[in-house]
Design a protein around this ligand. Structure first.
Ligand code: CMC
Length: 392
């Protein structure tokens, strides 16, 4: 019989070669195409990071302007998609709506489905970078019963998204530069993270030759889980549930209890065995945003900081090398911006779209590429004969 390596959770299996993102989990280092995440978060913009991830190099001014125009040309969704949105229940989670609508893009954009045509691949990629913010904002507006807001291409990528979420036809809405910058930074910090569960899902789906919209919809579905992108929503809900600094020890004790399924959301990572570098930037950003909004005494932020402090000194968390991850502080910023928790994971999905697309494109053009097809160790019954119903 064949012998296979058993590696549940793929903790020691490399499934591909990739030139996009590098993580050193022991040092707590993250590089996009060689550039440290801290430098990008400080100096770059999400659209520039999209270009970098997709094409491998930072753009020149002319390339960036051309790329930006190619994206803004595609920010609107097909008008008929509005009808599709209206088929969902109003109280649908925006992630549920997004999985459906992004999957349905393959029913609307027939000129970008041929994965063997480089032009189709390019157009599909640009369409998704451009339309995911529109789709997420529409899912939100629909869920609160407000009219959809069309994209405004004079605004930045992040600014346009905030406008589509918070503008209403009855009043003037001006995007705050502080929130715009913070949103852009959240997007950059989430843009790619090598072979995480949703990216691996996109690659696996893509390995069968499935169309790019179907693959990204699969990635969104995977991201929704609380162990992955759903952690930002789960983390803020946990911080609210803890409610006050005095109750932290009770929750720390629960997280350590083997018989209690409770985990500290926003803590721990498969690869980082040191501080998640994204969490550091996110923490600074949370301080900055709440300070500028004049709400630095926010109770949730106080609970988060104290929880982090206690956990980082606790033997259980120290010995298991559990540190805050990117999702620990992002929810606090998003809440301060006015987003409900149900929008946290959709914002992660918008941000990760570029990572999924870049990895999908890399996979399609990899000459070593094959359909992903893991094997198994069979532990079921041995061969046996069928028993007639009357004899069972
Ligand atoms: N709270 C308490 N204990 C934990 C936690 C936690 N958050 N995370 C891991 N542990 C313990 C776990 O019980 C296990 O203990 P033992 O060895 O005694 O059985 C040990 O640490 C190793 O955990 P694991 O589940 O085997 O590790 P993993 O690499 O499979 O899981 C993880 C990584 C991120 C799924 C996990 O740490 C977790 O569930 N964290 C909470 C959810 C979360 O914040 N996810 C966001 C991840 S970063 C952004 C993203 O990917 O979307």
């Amino acid at each position: 019989a064949d012998v296979f390596t058993y590696d549940p959770g793929f903790t020691s299996t490399a499934a591909c070669e990739s030139a996009i993102t590098y993580i050193d989990g022991d040092l707590g280092e993250l590089l996009y195409r060689g550039y440290p995440i801290e430098q990008l978060a400080e100096k770059s913009s999400h659209v520039e990071v999209c270009y970098l991830l997709m094409y491998g190099e930072l753009p020149t001014a002319a390339q960036l302007s051309d790329f930006t125009q190619r994206i803004t040309r595609h920010t609107m969704v097909h008008e008929q998609m509005h009808n599709f949105f209206r088929g969902f229940r109003r109280d649908s989670h925006p992630m549920a709506t997004m999985v459906g609508v992004v999957g349905a893009m393959s029913a609307f954009y027939h000129d970008s489905l041929d994965i063997n045509d480089p032009w189709h691949r390019e157009v599909a990629s640009i369409r998704m970078i451009a339309k995911l913010p529109t789709i997420a904002a529409m899912a939100y507006k629909y869920s609160i019963g407000q009219p959809f807001v069309y994209p405004k291409n004079a605004l930045s990528y992040a600014g346009n998204f905030l406008n589509m979420c918070f503008a209403v036809p009855t009043e003037e809405y001006v995007v705050s530069p502080v929130l715009e910058k913070a949103m852009d930074r959240i997007m950059m910090l989430h843009a790619d993270h090598e072979q995480n569960a949703s990216t691996s899902t996109v690659r696996l789906a893509g390995s069968s030759g499935a169309n790019p919209f179907a693959c990204i919809a699969a990635g969104i579905a995977c991201l929704w889980g609380p162990a992955h992108g759903g952690a930002n929503q789960a983390c803020l809900e946990m911080l609210r549930q803890i409610g006050s600094v005095e109750r932290i020890p009770e929750f720390i004790a629960r997280a350590k209890d083997k018989n209690d399924p409770f985990r500290l959301m926003g803590f721990g990572h498969r690869v980082y065995k040191n501080f998640d570098p994204r969490a550091r930037v996110m923490k600074e950003s949370a301080d900055e945003v709440l300070g500028l909004l004049g709400i630095e005494n926010n109770e949730t932020l106080q609970v988060a900081k104290e929880l982090e402090k206690i956990a980082l000194e606790d033997e259980y968390f120290v010995s298991k090398k559990l540190y805050p991850n990117v999702d620990f502080y992002s929810g606090i910023i998003l809440e301060a911006m006015g987003f409900p928790t149900s929008m946290f994971t959709p914002i992660f999905a918008i941000s990760r779209t570029i990572g999924w697309i870049s990895q999908w494109k890399e996979m399609i053009s990899d000459p070593a590429g094959k359909i992903g097809r893991p094997r198994q160790l069979y532990i079921g019954p041995e061969k046996r004969d069928y028993v007639d119903l009357r004899n069972r």
